[in-house]
Design a binder for this molecule. Structure first.
Ligand code: PAF
Length: 292
């Protein structure tokens, strides 16, 4: 936070236009306030609230964007089904002291339809999530770049649960010399290890149990990581296989610096990434493991 005292404004204000948001932020900046952005697609849960709390520690003004970005959904994906709970989201953000909620329409963000200029995520953007969801990361980076330009925050806060997203956002900031710091907050989990996700609300009771396949596979990989990547992958596959009905998309162990798969003799910290379909719901998770 800035060293000078910045007066908070009362209440949470929902803004739907870029012009109004820019005007309000210009006023706050002129009064010496620093700004942190938490980009979201809404349907907020405790994982998002952890991002907001971190943002409040970092800056005087917290802007939470709520925008289900059509550019990052493929034609056969769940754009229409994606949960939209704006009123409940705003109520929750008000209790957390969020000053501004930016909830634009698609027409406000993309007045000419799907924008012709896109940020390209490059080769890593075509792996893992990008292989299963072609164009997803180009769409994600494009809207994140737009939000950075609209809000011009000193900080933007993301969740580690979307590890590949975090990797690509950090790289975009570095590659394009964007003048802000990216802050990453650990994944928030249920008592039994399930990573919080807006899509968890689609899981029926039996699917909720099946969904533990992801965190348990990651746990098995972490426990056997001492014995090397091949053993960690084998143990992860066995743990995943205990859950009938979970359909594995990928389970990879990657170098956190490059996000490329580790060599067979790799040692040290690595990142295990998993994605799976539980019924109609696609979930992702990840965990840092220590290869021996
Ligand atoms: O992680 C998300 O919710 C989205 O990918 C983001 C960063 C808000 C961009 O639409």
């Amino acid at each position: 936070m800035s060293g000078i005292v910045v007066e908070p404004t009362a209440g949470t204000r929902v803004v739907t236009t870029i012009a109004e948001l820019r005007g309000l932020l210009a006023g706050r900046r002129a009064a010496g306030a620093s700004i942190a952005l938490v980009p979201t697609m809404g349907a907020l849960h405790d994982g998002h609230f952890a991002l907001v709390r971190r943002a409040r520690e970092l800056a005087d003004v917290v802007v939470v964007s709520i925008f289900v970005n059509p550019l990052q959904f493929g034609p056969a994906e769940d754009l229409d089904r994606y949960p939209r709970t704006l009123d409940a989201d705003v109520d929750a953000l008000a209790t957390l002291g969020v000053e501004l909620v930016f909830a634009p329409s698609a027409a406000e963000m993309y007045p000419d339809g799907p924008s012709s200029t896109r940020v390209v995520a490059g080769a890593v953007g075509g792996l893992y999530e990008g292989a299963s969801r072609p164009g997803h990361f180009d769409g994600m980076l494009t809207v994140v770049a737009k939000l950075f330009n609209i809000v011009a925050p000193e900080f933007a806060v993301f969740g580690q649960k979307d590890a590949q997203q975090v990797f690509l956002v950090r790289r975009m900031v570095r590659d394009l010399d964007l003048p802000l710091a990216i802050e990453v907050v650990p994944t928030v989990r249920e008592h039994d290890g399930l990573a919080l996700s807006s899509r968890n609300r689609f899981l029926g009771d039996a699917e909720r149990t099946t969904a533990l396949a992801l965190s348990e596979a990651l746990g098995a990989a972490a426990e056997s990581a001492d014995e090397g990547p091949a053993e960690a992958l084998a143990e992860a596959a066995a743990a995943f296989g205990d859950h009938d009905g979970a359909e594995l998309d990928y389970f990879v162990i990657v170098d956190p610096e490059t996000l490329l798969p580790v060599a067979g003799d790799a040692t040290g910290p690595a990142l295990a990434l998993v994605a799976a379909r539980i019924g109609a719901t696609r979930l992702i998770d990840n965990r840092v493991i220590e290869l021996g």
